[in-house]
Design a protein around this ligand. Structure first.
Ligand SMILES: Cc1cc2nc3c(=O)[nH]c(=O)nc-3n(C[C@H](O)[C@H](O)[C@H](O)COP(=O)(O)O)c2cc1C
Length: 378
């Protein structure tokens, strides 16, 4: 595959996918200010290099809330990966396993928790959206535990869906609707059409056998409005901890005050995230929010940066600011869309090599050597 960086994979994804589907993954909420800030605020940070240090061996393996990882990376949970490539979550989990990094499966996946567990040996985490029906929520937690998921990721920034105007304009639904407009778009992307459009019906597989699985084409906003619990609050975190009984991470925290409360509730990791700019537009970028959260947590929980990572150097910058690891969302989705499992493997290979190159040129060969001193204050 002729891709030198994640941007090349994005171009390839744009070519392979119908516009409706590409815009679903690429887009953000409202004016996409936060989406752009997630990138721009990485780019404004600069390294301070050191020279003449022995960089012949670079050590970047780590653990992330107890899960071993060959690099400080986790594949972020993304719903509907199977709309990009048939059984997309399975392909991604296999590529993650081969690269030695954890994979976080979304509640909204098109392969079920059990399908992934049966067909992939990856170190799995499970991401949970809290549903109004606590019975289904509890069953999902039990399914995640019994299939060997190592951590529970509670996404807390999605009480309603951030308005994504590209999806509204395109009439994006699950499964994709065949209208005159979409049919022309689909037909122009015949590889996708054969693989996904004419393949098995794309649905939220974790909801099979529940009332939530309507069988009709719905917008994601409609699905969320029907299912998600608007009343969830801090007291529920204790309930999740007791039902799950293992490492738990909160995804979608930006405020140091929330980070402190999370630590008081015994959360193991805080994922600093604005959902890749897909929820509250105008929210602070993930990388700008990171230092405040790291300071508030004072080492009592691990901090994971999520949002805007497109280069290995972004990962190194986040680690310099105190992150234990980074989650990547669109970076692996672009790979998946452009080349299935091989495409995700390519995305991971690109990022991991870029981490190595960055650390080498920075003159730091272990993760422990990274810190704010490796960056110029901005
Ligand atoms: C297409 C798509 C679907 C997503 N689905 C979920 C999801 O089901 N659950 C969740 O917690 N986050 C979801 N996210 C957010 C990602 O987990 C992650 O926070 C975001 O992609 C990070 O930003 P990045 O894409 O710039 O790396 C989704 C993101 C995208 C792009």
């Amino acid at each position: 595959m002729n891709a030198y960086n994640i941007s090349d994979l994005r171009d390839a994804a744009r070519r392979r996918l119908p516009k409706t589907i590409f815009e679903f993954i690429d887009g953000g909420a409202f004016d996409e200010v936060t989406l752009r800030a997630n990138r721009a605020d990485f780019e404004k940070r600069r390294f301070m290099t050191r020279v003449l240090t022995d960089v012949s061996i670079c050590e970047r393996s780590t653990t992330i809330i107890g899960t071993p990882a060959s690099a400080p990376l986790v594949l972020a949970p993304t719903g509907l990966a199977g709309i990009l490539h048939r059984r997309g979550e399975l392909s991604a989990s296999r590529a993650a396993h081969a690269a030695g990094v954890p994979y976080c499966l979304s509640t909204m996946s098109t392969c079920s928790i059990e399908q992934i567990a049966q067909a992939s040996e990856v170190q799995r985490w499970f991401q949970l959206y809290v549903l109004r029906d606590r019975g289904i929520t509890k069953t999902m937690i039990e399914r995640a535990r019994s299939t060997g998921c190592k951590a529970l990721v509670l996404t807390v920034d999605t009480k309603v869906q951030g308005p994504r105007e590209r999806d509204m304009r395109n009439g994006f639904t699950v499964p994709p609707k065949f209208t005159l407009g979409t049919m022309i778009d689909f037909a122009r992307h015949w590889r996708w059409l054969i693989d996904v459009g004419l393949g098995p019906k794309v649905t939220f597989r974790n909801f099979d056998g529940t009332a939530a699985q309507s069988g009709n084409a719905v917008t994601i906003t409609q699905f969320i409005a029907g299912q998600y619990d608007l009343s969830i609050s801090w007291k529920d975190v204790d309930w999740f901890k007791s039902v799950w009984g293992g490492p738990i991470a909160l995804k979608g925290v930006l405020s140091p005050d929330d980070a402190r409360i999370a630590v008081d509730h015994g959360v193991d990791a805080i994922i600093v995230s604005n959902h890749g700019g897909r929820q509250l537009d105008g929210a602070i970028s993930a990388i700008d929010a990171l230092p405040g959260v790291v300071e508030a947590v004072r080492g009592k929980a691990e901090v994971i940066l999520d949002g805007g990572v497109r280069r290995g150097s972004d990962v190194v910058k986040a680690l310099c600011l105190g992150a234990r690891a980074c989650m990547i969302g669109r970076a692996w989705l672009y790979g998946l869309a452009s080349g299935g499992e091989a495409g995700v493997a390519k995305a991971l290979d690109i990022l991991i090599k870029e981490i190595d190159t960055t650390m080498t040129l920075l003159g730091r060969t272990t993760l422990a050597e990274l810190g704010p001193h490796c960056l110029v204050a901005n």
